[in-house]
Design a protein around this ligand. Structure first.
Ligand SMILES: Nc1ncnc2c1ncn2[C@@H]1O[C@H](COP(=O)(O)OP(=O)(O)OP(=O)(O)O)[C@@H](O)[C@H]1O
Ligand SMILES: [Mg+2]
Length: 309
């Protein structure tokens, strides 16, 4: 706890009659990348908005770099770099101006602000677009600009709310590399994402939440091991009848079965025996494959199949 950058205890957020965050405990250690996962409406952005001192904490306590968070706490805000879910860039300004103006908030003098903006725009590979109007940028460039802007004040804690949503694979990989580079410089990162591969690659610790509550926590590897195990057998394009027959055949195994529309996911430790048993009964179609279980499997098991609004 001594090195914790964020400590939340019984943290709650109520909007009128609706409670978006219902008493959660977690801490983010210095230098780590902490991932916050959960379906739409889980309360991730609300939690982030409290950490960013943008909205009031309505229950429990929330310390950020040793201070209690409350709206307008500038001591905290000045040590944060924030990439919010919606990018709020000023479309009437150029790329450089958007970054530069942000530097003023951190008290950088004009010349230093410009120099830092240029360095960061180069770091995010936007140097050829410094004088472009923001409205002419692609979605990926806008996102990279928001990240450059978040770094203007040399933040101790960088908060990334879905940093790569809508980016193409090249841009996502570039952003991941930059996040890793920042971590080697000692920056602590709080990340939310709906991309489980992103969370698995970047995060040291994860918190899975849903409807304002914590469902699970741990390292990506721990969560996979604990929630679904390491092995997965995936059988696609099954009729209901074929799926029922497989499930019946596996009733005596300690496997966890996840029925999706026309596919069946089988998780368990005794995969060799399971495959043999299905094969022996002629129940294993050609279109099956065996793979390592992933964080995506963990997420689906924990949060179910139902769509959120
Ligand atoms: N200002 C607000 N007033 C009332 N309700 C709100 C407000 N902001 C968020 N909520 C509600 O709080 C809940 C949590 O929202 P939040 O934005 O924190 O979810 P999220 O986990 O970030 O979801 P997403 O993955 O869709 O971004 C949702 O039900 C949302 O409708
Ligand atoms: Mg959100």
């Amino acid at each position: 706890m001594a090195d914790a950058v964020v400590v939340a205890q019984g943290l709650r957020k109520r909007y009128g009659n609706f409670e978006a965050v219902k008493g959660i405990d977690f801490s983010i250690e210095l230098g780590e990348c902490f991932g916050l996962l959960g379906p739409n409406g889980a309360g991730k952005s609300t939690t982030i908005r409290m950490i960013c001192c943008l909205t009031e904490v309505t229950g429990g306590s929330l310390a950020v770099m040793g201070q209690q968070a409350f709206p307008g706490n500038l001591t905290i805000k000045r040590q944060l770099g924030v990439v919010s879910q919606d990018d709020n860039l000023d479309p009437s300004l150029t790329v450089r101006e958007n970054a530069e103006i942000h530097g003023r908030f951190y008290g950088l003098p004009f010349r230093e602000s410009r120099q830092r903006a240029d360095e960061l725009l180069e770091f995010m590979q936007l140097e050829s677009r410094v004088d472009s109007q923001v409205r002419s940028l692609s979605g990926g460039m806008r996102r990279r600009l928001v990240i450059a802007r978040a770094l203007m004040g040399r933040p101790r804690l960088l908060i990334l709310d879905e940093p790569t949503t809508g980016l193409d694979p090249q841009a996502r990989m570039m952003v991941w590399a930059k996040i890793r580079e920042l971590r080697t410089q000692g920056v602590t990162v709080l990340l939310t994402t709906h991309y489980m591969d992103e969370a698995e690659r970047l995060a040291d610790h994860l918190l899975v939440m849903d409807q304002g509550l914590i469902l699970e926590r741990g390292t990506p590897a721990e969560l996979i091991q604990r929630v679904v195990g390491e092995d997965c057998l995936e059988i696609r394009e099954l009729t209901d009848g074929a799926m029922d027959a497989i499930c019946a055949q596996l009733a005596d195994y300690s496997a966890y079965l996840e029925r999706q529309v026309d596919s069946l996911l089988i998780y368990g430790e005794e995969m060799e025996a399971i495959i043999e048993s299905l094969y022996g009964k002629g129940l294993l179609p050609r279109g099956y494959y065996r793979r390592r279980a992933s964080l995506e499997d963990v997420f689906l098991k924990l949060t179910g199949k139902e769509l959120r609004d």
